[in-house]
Design a protein around this ligand. Sequence first.
Ligand code: IPM
Ligand code: MG
Length: 358
Amino acid sequence: MSKKILVLPGDGIGPEIVNEAVKLLDVLRSRHGLDAELTQGLLGGCAVDATGKPLPDETLSAAREADAILLGAVGGPQYDKLDRPLRPERGLLAIRSELELFGNLRPAILYPQLASASSLKPEVVSGLDIMIVRELTGGIYFGQPRGIEQADGERRGYNTLAYKESEIERIGRLAFETARKRDGRLCSVDKANVLEVSELWREVMERLHAEYPDVELSHMYVDNAAMQLVRAPKQFDVMVTTNMFGDILSDCAAMLTGSIGMLPSASLDRHSKGMYEPIHGSAPDIAGQGLANPLATILSVAMMLRYSLDEPALADRVEAAVGRVLDQGLRTGDIHTEGTRRVGTAEMGEAVIAALAE
Ligand code: IPM
Ligand code: MG
């Protein structure tokens, strides 16, 4: 049966990078046997402009029907002054939550061709390959109560950090399974020296460990984890953590590779549905100029092929094509260094398609 892919280009550079990924999907369909149908929808600022809502009902129902979703990026300065419920980010948080996309996989891989783009010394980062497993539908992002209230003559803002055992357990399982398929080492990151919710997190991770004795489990406080990521990042294989700690640590890990424009991500539900998006944002400063790096979006398609479409061989093929294009010395502005050839969004996308055939 044909798989359904919902494409949500979003805002800023979203449409141009997604356009390259769609061209690639079309080639996979016409020449490489991918059986999938694509439809497009609105999410984020463009959806507010067109419908008054960052996550229109139509998009949500198309997303429920889909086997996989490809998202560009959402947000832009023109939307920053909107009321909080109308902001593009709210659309993103709502779709994650409505579809229960609790498992966010964020790889941080250093491409050997780009070693000099990192701000850390080459010997500290060469061969870096970390997978951050971030809980995505719970924790302080969604905890109730939340708000800003009037109290004792001033305003008081508050949020709630809470996790149920079942929420910790399902992200823990995903992390143990992920570690099992990699180097078998899992580091759970928390703040158990201060927070009760972290104490419970640690206890559940320990309990699960009994079911995954082949995986080596360690625990680290989040402040130390941030330091270790910058000091000696290669000590990590898989890291699992809460929504907000994962938000912060994954940006840090991504930057270690010097090429945030290269990194894809997957947000998975408990079956095989997933939303796939580049880690970088909507980059409004370069939007519409044909300069953005489409490789993170193209690599997000590879993750989609692997995790939602059951096409691991095609996923390998796309990843290999990206490697070849880097070997050829093609670089968009964000990863450009002396001696390489600077190209735009479309030329990069087309080069990947050409390299698919090799
Ligand atoms: C991310 C982003 C989002 C988050 C924002 C845009 C709401 O930073 O995906 O990491 O905080 O989760
Ligand atoms: Mg973030």
